[in-house]
Design a protein around this ligand. Structure first.
Ligand SMILES: Nc1ncnc2c1ncn2[C@@H]1O[C@H](COP(=O)(O)OP(=O)(O)OP(=O)(O)O)[C@@H](O)[C@H]1O
Ligand SMILES: [Mg+2]
Length: 303
């Protein structure tokens, strides 16, 4: 549904995005992670035809990003939740949505139905007649989400949609994104929230001007070398360590009174190691599988 080949954006001397190549399938939730200034917003703005690219190619469905005739068709089929909400402060929540619905040439019936549906779903229905400028930051953010959906777009770009939301509202939005996925909509999400990315994204790309890595959350975690096992002992001594090293060729790290062994296969490798520890007089307090987290992957990748 979304294809980028060597997509590049330079602002004079600043290269914001360089040589980005990726593909997002229809119905996929794809997340971009990356530090401040990594080019996430710039990428979304290029794909939404809001700024021109300076190199490479990008397509949304059958349309070329950068082709003037196609850009109107692209805008019609996409929705954008921008990083700054950009609402009309003096218009009420309802009027904002109605106005954008008209711009997208939605029928009056569709506007009415969708405004009510999305405002209710996002918990804003009782604020429908309140001027957008007087809503709280999180309410404005939710209103911007409703606005992006008013014309029922096939592709949705969300630039940090939960940045200003309280935990309950963030969950509402995450559940909402998963509902949209069920309707086979394609979603590109920029976020700094690693937990959010892990929960809702089918695949994640880590961006820092260039695309550093891409994969499912599981693939990214496995790329760090997979699972380790931590064995907490009352006391570690040389006899225990040498007994363990006799039965395993895997790397053994010692930290306080813990042995961290580079092996995740608790079923087969670990019983032998435990037997060796016990025979050497070791007293085991716990055995824990250590999974790399997305945070480990992120920090290692962007460093
Ligand atoms: N209009 C512009 N003119 C000049 N430079 C720009 C412009 N927009 C973005 N940049 C630069 O491009 C780079 C990428 O910015 P961008 O906003 O895409 O990053 P981001 O990944 O969205 O960051 P954040 O996580 O802070 O939102 C930055 O160095 C930024 O200063
Ligand atoms: Mg940004």
């Amino acid at each position: 549904m979304i294809d980028a080949q060597n997509l590049t954006k330079k602002f004079d001397e600043v290269t914001a995005v360089e040589g980005l190549t990726f593909h997002i399938d229809e119905g996929e939730v794809f997340g971009f992670l990356g530090p401040n200034g990594a080019g996430k917003t710039t990428t979304v703005r290029m794909l939404c035809c809001l700024i021109s690219k300076t190199g490479g190619e990008a397509r949304i469905a059958d349309y070329d990003v950068g082709n003037t005739a196609d850009s109107l068709k692209i805008r019609k089929m996409i929705g954008l939740v921008p990083d700054n909400v950009g609402l009309y402060d003096k218009l009420s929540a309802y009027e904002n949505l109605d106005f954008y619905g008209k711009l997208y040439e939605c029928t009056e019936k569709l506007r009415k139905e969708n405004i009510e549906h999305f405002l209710k779903m996002l918990g804003l229905w009782e604020k429908k007649d309140v001027a957008a400028g007087t809503l709280s930051k999180g309410m404005k953010q939710k209103l911007a989400i409703a606005r992006a959906l008013i014309h029922e777009p096939k592709v949705l770009f969300m630039d940090e949609p939960t940045a200003n939301l309280d935990p309950e509202a963030s969950k509402t939005v995450r559940d909402f994104i998963l509902e949209l996925k069920k309707e086979n909509r394609t979603i590109l999400l920029n976020t700094h929230n690693l937990d959010e990315a892990q929960r809702i994204c089918d695949r994640i790309g880590i961006l820092k001007t260039r695309l550093l890595t891409i994969g499912t959350p599981q693939q990214l975690k496995e790329s760090l070398g997979g699972v380790k096992t931590e064995i907490q002992l009352v006391q570690v001594n040389d006899a225990i360590v040498s007994a363990v090293k006799k039965v395993t060729t895997h790397k053994v790290e010692i930290s306080d009174n813990k042995l961290i062994i580079d092996v995740g296969n608790i079923d087969t490798a670990i019983p032998t190691i435990i037997e060796a520890i016990v025979s050497a007089g070791g007293r085991i307090q716990s055995v824990t599988e250590l999974n790399p987290t997305l945070e480990d992957v992120y920090l290692k990748t962007v460093k």
